[in-house]
Design a protein around this ligand. Sequence first.
Ligand code: ADA
Length: 549
Amino acid sequence: MNILNLDGVWDFTFAPQEQSLPDSLPHLEWESALSVPGCFDVSAPFFGKRGVGYYRCTVRTGGLIRLSIDGLGVAGKVFWDGKTIGECPYAYMPEKFTFNAGETGEHQLVIAVCNHFNKVFFPYFDFYAYGGIFGSVRIEELPGYAIDLLQVTTLDYSTGRVRAAVTADRFFRAPRKITFEIDGKEILTSEFAGKKNVYEFNVPEFKLWSPETPALHRLRVILGAYEESCNIGIRTIEARGPQLFLNGRKLRLIGYNRHDSHPQFGAAVPPSLMAADLQMIKNQGCNFLRGSHYPQRETFLELCDKLGILFWEETLGWDVRDEELFKPEFLFKQKDQARKLVRSHCNHPAIIIWGFMNETLSEEKRCRKIIQKVYDTYKANDSSRLVTYASNRYEKDICMDIVDIVAMNPYPGWGSMNFDEVYSLHRIRPRLDEICKAVPADKPYMISEIGASAIYGHRDPYRVRWSEEYQAELVTEVCNVVLRDPRYCGLAFWHFCDAKSYLNGGRVKGINDKGILNEYRQPKLAWQAITKAISEIGIADPQERKNDL
Ligand code: ADA
């Protein structure tokens, strides 16, 4: 089986007059060239423009193929030799298309990308809607059928027992032999008939995956003439009462929210920068990231697996307003995204939480129904992970009982501010304590966002808001309150680095400047402050630390 990686230089042309994806492929003059992955609106002459960008490449292949696009934005459409193959309706979501490519020979692949806002990516989101192809484009040449979904789950971390659920695609008809290999050794051979089969086996000489020792095993599955491989990690994640447990051991999360964003690359952040970001986070003593607010690139998740960064991945649905939230199509799209996300990323041990609907109307009964349904969809597709949403409804939230871990985005000392008050850090502890009391005592509770804006380089003897000093003191106080209190099982600062947004909502320079680093990853004072707090206070549960003494 052959895999073609199509990353590289593609022909490009831009149609600024087009407001949406075309029904059929128009006649085009290929005026330019761009790299894939890449965003077209981060460089001249397309800076900040909205319209439809067309990417074209020529591929030598034929027969049944599976084309995968690891995320694009804002929406895309795929054409093969001029014919429509399918759509990528959700920004950032990986998509796969299986189709007959025709006779072996040269074929033309065109991906049209529209970066106008749509009913998935709304103009009021607090992050920039980049246009481009964010991740790799690949083709697998299939032997006439393929595995559609391979889902591996750890059943028992003490014995290394796993379950592998294998679903064949719609082209699979006759029964065939299926073989599983782990780390190059055959461990199971069986007959595969029908659409979905489930197998259980023990991983020989298994090592547990954890942030401290992110051990991976290589799984190869061969079904007839088709095969695929992936890394798997033996690990379980559980919520028991108010605690989290990873492989049966108490777990506390500390880290950041992170946008996949950079001034020069937009949302198509190169792997080297992803690795550098993750190394910084790990080196600081953190173990957790929330991929705010959309699906991630495969490379990024692979890096999290290998470096041992626990991950919260979520679907796109940021603060969606009620005129959209309560339309049936919103729920349909949320469920569809949840299903696709699980299917795309279920074998990454780093992912421990699936998320959805950031800061929604969780104080309303009619929203409760939506939250319940999206939660159920995740659980039906993957019962091995925790599912939640990040709330900013605090005491008013009526959906905390639904989710596996309560997650709040409070901004004491920053949000709901009284501008006459220069310095508000004294508000942090009382406000966090109040919110804590409102969270059901039997649920794990984490802070999924907290922070303050700081303009990089702005130092101020008054330590006013927007100064690096104020932000640094705020994060120190947050660490003092949260890391010392066993009630919290996690803390994720908003956010790792400054990221492009819009000018609305008072975003200075159109940037969300609550980054602990600036958009070029240069540290503000708060970076050192967090490093210091982690090394002085530690991240383990305070009660466990006491027991250790
Ligand atoms: C919210 C939201 C973030 C960001 C943040 C802020 O909590 O979830 O995406 O917009 O506010 O900076 O105000």
